[in-house]
Design a protein around this ligand. Structure first.
Ligand code: AHM
Ligand code: MG
Length: 319
């Protein structure tokens, strides 16, 4: 018999409150999935006409997805704080709640008008509602995950010990697909935006050059490159069949600290990848140990199959 998400949550964590928060996040994702399916006919795939705090043009669906998150989390008394890519400041929701949720409500939204997989990324941390610490390193995450809105809607979830995947069933509920996903330690697939090659540092350039050389170089095997431009879709592929994702620090993003955001992109993905047996680094440092200095902080992100990430780390050690 297939387990529902609620049934699985009852055994996966000893905290009923934390299970409740995860279930609430999943409810928000299910509603976002339903909105996305109808968005082209509802004329919702365009720009919202506003710019978020990161200086990015918001899509209508970025705003709609954020509103769905706020509404679902506000109704959960255990959640006191929401940090969202689409909100300039942390949003205070419930006075007594012991949890904070950090999320990117709709990641990869530049892909919406071409019907490519997008996703929601989330991270859950404990906070004192009277004096919430918003800047906790990723090692303190209690749970993290993402929803991938592709041919199927997948929910991928971890409390840190293992990774489970779910899919939406015919009744609109998440049901367990696999409990205990692991990232293959070796792979011959890498994901990086090669149009940025002229900005790369020496470590990234050296690693990619080895892959391009394939069986004629030191890597000793032929590689394939895949870049969807939607982090959730790229990471989902890597979680399922191995590979490496790189958005390293480069000369163009250096002044901002990187491209992807620490609290609601890098940390939850690093938490999942490590729980599945992979590695996640900025190059010189484990992502989960980076001490955040602001809620929208950016970091370099290199994560995936352990052996591939180790090769990149070795290049950074040589710098
Ligand atoms: P977003 O949160 O504004 O959607 O930006 C994050 C996205 C990731 O999903 C993806 O990996 C990356 O931006 C792609 O960046 P680029 O367009 O530079 O290749
Ligand atoms: Mg994003």
């Amino acid at each position: 018999m297939t387990q529902t998400l609620k049934q699985w949550l009852a055994t996966a964590t000893s905290s009923p409150e934390l299970a409740w928060v995860v279930d609430t996040v999943a409810g928000a994702c299910a509603e976002i999935a339903a909105v996305l399916r109808l968005a082209p006919l509802a004329g919702q795939t365009g720009l919202a006409g506003a710019t978020n705090v990161q200086g990015e043009a918001q899509k209508q669906l970025d705003v709609i997805s954020n509103d769905i998150f706020v509404r679902h989390l506000r109704a959960n008394a255990a959640v006191s704080i929401l940090v969202s890519e689409e909100l300039d400041e942390a949003l205070h929701l419930n006075d007594e709640g012991g949890f904070m949720v950090a999320c990117d409500p709709l990641d990869g939204s530049s892909n919406l008008d071409v019907n490519v997989t997008v996703g929601t990324i989330f991270s859950i941390l404990a906070v004192d509602p009277k004096a919430p610490d918003l800047l906790q390193p990723g090692t303190r995450q209690l749970a993290a995950g993402y929803a991938a809105y592709g041919p199927a809607t997948s929910l991928v979830l971890s409390f840190g010990d293992k990774v489970a995947t779910f899919a939406i069933d015919a009744s609109g509920q998440f049901a367990l697909v696999e409990d205990g996903v692991s990232v293959p330690s070796a792979s011959a697939e890498y994901a990086i935006n090669t149009a940025r090659a002229r900005f790369w540092d020496q470590a990234t350039s050296a690693y990619v050059a080895e892959n391009v050389a394939g069986e004629t170089g030191v890597a000793g095997k032929r590689y394939n490159m895949r870049w969807i431009g939607s982090m959730v879709a790229d990471i989902h592929r890597i979680l399922m069949r191995g590979g490496i994702f790189l958005y390293p620090l480069d000369s163009e993003t250096a002044s901002k600290g990187g491209r992807l955001r620490l609290l609601y992109e890098a940390n939850p993905m690093a938490f999942l990848i490590e729980a599945a047996g992979g590695r996640a680094t900025t190059g010189p440092q484990r992502i989960l140990e980076v001490q955040p200095t602001s809620i929208h902080q950016r970091v370099p992100v290199i994560l995936g199959s352990a052996e591939e990430v180790a090769r990149v780390q070795a290049h950074y050690q040589r710098l």
